[in-house]
Write a protein that binds this ligand. Structure first.
Ligand SMILES: Nc1nc2c(ncn2[C@@H]2O[C@H](COP(=O)(O)OP(=O)(O)OP(=O)(O)O)[C@@H](O)[C@H]2O)c(=O)[nH]1
Length: 384
């Protein structure tokens, strides 16, 4: 698939940067990556997105938005046309989808992304997938030191939770889907988001890239796959009703045994000698890791409305029966009949991988907890 990747706010820009940095040259999925932030220093500190694609907006805002999401929404509305014009410099017309990255909890990304997503939906006939982090609990607990790295005042921490829920409410009905990443789940004990963020962003980028590079776009060379997953399949599984999605990923190193075929000489064929039992076992193990291992957002597998599985690796290792069995495993784990599966041959690789996308996974524990602690806006307005 070909993606236009847009990061908004500090976290969103860093995540977009990590995706851009990890985009594999030989199987690139990032058409153009953009970084939008009101904080010029954060935009400047990025490593990978070309400088010409980084934009500071709202220069008149002094001292940032300080977690004031209401102000963030206003700033987003005010600047959305300006930001959308920058996107014309990319390749939106040939993109299969937009991926908009944001750290939920902040005011800049969380304030601008809803207006931007609405605008993208109006301007282009492409799905818009939001990639959103959930705030870690350490940010929600008042403490004497600034452990979160995003707000120094104890008063701002509970705000992260409320902000996250409000931004999600605003995205309702405009984002096609929200692929969630739970910072809390991915932090090691006593680690802060500030300390861990580069690792978290790499983990997230790895999964997002594993997923999208395993899918095909109309312009791709024939891959030799038995069942290709394309942009329409992804859109079908992610849906268009702002459902919450999560990604699982498993991989395993395998032996490749021919002289040079891994390097694109085309000698590697399904006939190459890989013991069938070993291949089946490798596929089963990676699918189990993808399905039962840590997801970007933890959830009950049985809550997923739809799911997608792509298994990739050296062609000789892609045992069709094991992939079909994996699909059945996914079917019984989710209880869903809306399951798609495909394969992604990688003649130049020595890894077997499985990427699992679960969609419509609510109520996902962490998200349900955030929502339950935040009063619906109508009750709040009524003074309850
Ligand atoms: N995974 C990840 N999460 C981050 C990162 N930086 C911040 N966060 C989280 O993202 C949330 C939003 O923080 P920021 O992106 O700094 O906020 P912002 O959108 O720039 O908005 P303001 O700072 O309020 O103006 C925070 O609650 C953190 O949990 C990062 O690099 N990676």
């Amino acid at each position: 698939m070909q993606l236009e990747v847009i990061g908004v706010g500090a976290a969103g820009c860093r995540i977009a940067d990590a995706i851009h940095a990890g985009d594999p040259a030989e199987r690139s999925v990032v058409g153009t990556a953009f970084a939008f932030d009101v904080d010029g220093e954060d935009v400047t500190a990025l490593q990978s997105i070309p400088v010409a694609r980084r934009f500071r907006y709202g220069e008149t805002i002094e001292n940032g938005l300080n977690g004031n999401l209401q102000r963030g929404f206003t700033v987003g509305e005010e600047h959305v046309d300006e930001l959308s014009r920058h996107l014309d410099d990319g390749q939106p017309s040939i993109a299969d989808a937009f991926v908009v990255a944001v750290g939920l909890g902040g005011a800049t990304g969380g304030g601008t992304v809803p207006a931007l997503v609405e605008n993208l939906q109006r301007l282009y006939d492409k799905p818009v997938y939001v990639l959103a982090t959930l705030p870690a609990t350490s940010e929600l607990e008042p403490s004497s030191d600034d452990r979160s790295g995003s707000g120094s005042d104890a008063e701002t921490r509970p705000m992260a939770e409320e902000n996250a829920v409000r931004t999600l409410e605003r995205l309702e009905g405009s984002a096609d889907a929200v692929i969630a990443f739970d910072n809390e789940e991915w932090l090691r004990s006593s680690e802060t988001v500030l300390e861990a963020r580069d690792r978290l962003n790499r983990e997230l980028a790895d999964r997002v890239l594993a997923f999208f590079t395993a899918t095909a776009s109309g312009t791709d060379e024939p891959s030799g796959a038995e069942t290709i997953i394309d942009a329409n399949d992804v859109a079908r599984i992610l849906g268009d009703e702002t459902g919450i999605a999560t990604i699982g990923y498993g991989k395993q190193q395998v032996e490749t045994d021919d002289g040079g075929s891994r390097f694109g000489l085309g000698l590697f064929s399904a006939e190459t000698s890989v013991d069938t039992t070993t291949a089946i076992s490798a596929i089963e193990t990676t699918i189990q890791k993808g399905l039962r291992g840590k997801l970007t957002l933890e959830c009950d597998r049985g809550d997923a409305d739809r799911a997608l599985l792509v298994v990739g690796g050296p062609p000789a290792w892609l045992n069709r029966q094991a992939i079909a069995d994996g699909r059945s495993t996914l079917e019984s784990a989710t209880g869903s009949a809306e399951i798609l599966s495909g394969d992604a041959p990688r003649p130049d690789s020595d890894q077997v991988f499985a990427v699992v996308l679960l969609a419509g996974v609510e109520p996902a524990g962490r998200l349900a907890a955030l929502r339950s602690r935040t009063k619906p806006l109508d009750r709040r307005r009524a003074g309850e």
